[in-house]
Design a protein around this ligand. Structure first.
Ligand SMILES: O=C(O)c1ccc(O)c(O)c1
Ligand SMILES: [Mg+2]
Length: 629
């Protein structure tokens, strides 16, 4: 598959955009007229700059309000087109995108439009240029690719073809099967964009909320499959108008875009019997069967505090690493590793972020395949030297520059703790809190980064994203979206912070970036767990008594249950599937915390309780936002 992206899709100045686009691995770019006009160099300079990056100019755009104009406007639009043709020849690019007329002066009439395109085709042909026609979803007369195709067909000119744009087709729910009857040589370009489903004016939705295929809710893969069925072997080109992208990191948007196209091509290849789109086959999405461990990096002092908190939670030290300052704590199937080694990646991670859960290890069906797929999808592989005899676990970089280890049972990876660690006898008097496994990992990211990580996880791992929910913090809103698999063995909540006064925003600001902000452990008996925690001297996060009065009213709970919940500071929620119980630790450091949950069939994450939990946690931070001594 040949990949392209419109310059409008990323932030920055033209040279910066081109650099990032080339580095991300694209083959071509659509040059947007405004990006070009805002640049000081001549059209020939721009053309050279593009080619110096090894990129091809896939088209020049947009040319507006062309077809169906009455005179004297008609003559003027042709003059305008000739001027753009001059520019294209200097840029050394062949194709111009003409989008359907939105002017109130446009007369309509399919044959009139076809005649205009025939003449434009004649003029373009004289210069060796081509014209592609795209139906804007809000075009005055033409707003459906089927009508645009009829005009192109009637224009009957070899230099005039159709341009499809998934947004315009899918936003209007135009039947994508209609694409399958278009001859491939008349498809001059295929533009791709996704978007979240929001009920709003089409133009506004298109200009501000488009996102990369896979980041939104539109069936872009089905659209691309219909295109592939025509035998189309030209460019797939991203054209993303998005307010966040315009202000975001040029490089990461370009990388996300490239990843989205590779993932899309993989989906199309899998959906179809005949492998084509000429993309490299890659292993399927990795199946995640659990979290093998979470690793913290810390210094000695903070590690001691962390260990004290873990002990109150019922964890015991099980083993120490053979060659590094690393200890493994265990309860049920939960393994937490504390790394105080000053060398290697853990040390540098500590130097930047302070104490943090910088690495996650996922148990996958096949670690080698998972790594291969991740790398094919532009993930950055991670490795650091290991002492001979120790297990080298395949890994990639994840959220906030952290590490995702990939472990399976097919090799000795699954035995890393026996091979790399020596068992120890923990003498501390601790009772088990009946914690069984990690229920979910909550990662806090900047709001702008959310689509990046949703795409990252869902492209590499067999998992779905759930709809976005709002978490109300007394100081603002935090958006939360979950990546989870059908078995429930992978559950990651991504929380997007918009300002630094929210608990999530404070965490991001003070730990210098995105990362794991909380870990939730599962128990089968929240009250038994609460009793054991008390024995261990655990102090739960104190919840306002008013919360429990409201619970009784909201859910019709009997007083006995609500009194018990109140006595233990347990939060409660219910959905159509069942009940949910939550118990929190106070915050640790800059807002990190632990949660204990019991799910009785419940599918969510207790979003409605978050405001009460956050209000309580904020009491543990000093008014200036710093943790209390
Ligand atoms: O929003 C627009 O005007 C616009 C312009 C050119 C395109 O290719 C498009 O999809 C939208
Ligand atoms: Mg378009």
């Amino acid at each position: 598959m040949k990949t392209s992206i419109a310059t409008v899709s990323t932030s920055g100045e033209l040279p910066e955009k081109l650099e990032a686009i080339a580095r991300a691995g694209f083959d071509g770019v659509e040059v947007f007229e405004n990006d070009f006009l805002a640049f000081d160099g001549s059209p020939a300079d721009v053309g050279r700059m593009v080619r110096d990056h090894g990129l091809e100019i896939t088209l020049f755009q947009p040319f507006r309000d062309f077809e169906g104009m009455p005179e004297p406007l008609r003559s003027r639009t042709f003059d305008r087109a000739e001027r753009k043709f001059d520019v294209m020849q200097q840029l050394a690019t062949e194709l111009i995108l003409v989008c359907s007329n939105v002017s109130s002066a446009a007369l309509g009439g399919i044959d009139r439009a076809a005649a205009d395109f025939h003449e434009l085709g004649e003029r373009a042909a004289k210069r060796g240029l081509k014209v592609g026609y795209e139906a804007l979803a809000w075009g005055k007369h033409i707003n459906d690719h089927r009508d645009a195709w009829e005009i192109v067909r009637r224009a009957d000119h070899p230099n005039v073809g159709l341009i499809l744009d998934s947004f315009h087709t899918l936003s209007r729910k135009v039947d994508i099967n209609s694409i399958r009857s278009i001859p491939k040589e008349k498809l001059f370009m295929v533009q791709l964009a996704d978007a979240p489903l929001i009920d709003m004016d089409l133009l506004y939705w298109s200009r501000h909320f488009r996102n990369m295929p896979g980041e939104g809710d539109l069936p872009v893969a089905a659209f691309a499959a219909a295109v592939a069925d025509t035998g189309y072997d030209g460019y797939f080109s991203l054209e993303i108008f998005n307010d966040q992208f315009r202000g975001g990191s040029t490089r990461s948007i370009a990388t996300d875009g490239h990843r989205s196209l590779i993932y899309l091509a993989d989906q199309v290849r899998r959906a179809r019997a005949v492998p084509d789109l000429s993309i490299q086959p890659m292993p399927p999405r990795a199946i995640v069967n659990g979290i093998a461990f979470v690793e913290f990096s810390a210094d000695e002092e903070e590690a001691a505090d962390l260990v004290r908190m873990l002990e109150t939670l019922g964890f015991q030290k099980e083993a120490v690493h053979r060659s590094k300052d690393v200890s493994l704590y265990r309860q049920g199937d939960i393994r937490l590793i504390i790394n105080t080694d000053r060398h290697g990646f853990a040390g540098s991670s500590f130097a930047i972020h302070g104490t943090s859960a910088y690495a996650l290890a996922l148990v996958v069906d096949d670690a080698t395949n998972a790594l291969e797929r991740a790398v094919a999808l532009d993930a950055e592989p991670f490795c650091q030297p290991v002492v001979p005899g120790e297990v080298e676990i395949p890994a990639i970089r994840g959220v906030g520059g952290g590490v995702i280890y990939l472990i399976d049972d097919k090799s000795n990876l699954g035995r890393f703790s026996e091979i790399d660690f020596l068992p120890v006898e923990d003498e501390t008097e601790v009772v088990s809190a009946h914690l069984l496994h990690i229920d979910h990992v909550a990662q806090t990211v900047a709001y702008d980064e959310m689509p990046t990580w949703l795409l990252f996880y869902t492209a590499i791992f067999e998992a779905q994203k759930t709809p976005m929910v709002d978490i109300i913090d007394p100081a603002g809103v935090v958006r939360s979206q979950v990546v989870e698999n059908a078995s429930g063995l992978l559950r990651i909540t991504l929380n997007g912070a918009e300002n630094r006064r929210t608990l999530a925003g404070h965490f991001m600001a003070e730990t210098f970036g995105s990362g794991v902000q909380h870990l939730a452990f599962h128990t089968d008996d929240i009250f038994a767990t609460a009793a054991s925690l008390r024995q261990n001297g655990f102090k739960p996060l104190a919840i306002s008594p008013n919360y429990y009065d409201d619970l009784e009213a909201r859910f019709g709970l009997d007083t006995q249950l609500s009194d018990r919940l109140k006595a233990e500071n347990i939060l409660y929620d219910r959905d159509e599937h069942g009940e949910y119980f939550q118990l929190y630790s106070p915050t640790f450091g800059e807002g990190f915390f632990f949660e204990i949950v019991q799910r009785r069939g419940y599918a969510g994450y207790g979003a409605a309780n978050a405001i009460f939990r956050i209000a309580a946690q904020k009491k543990h931070l000093r008014p200036d936002g710093m943790p209390k001594a």
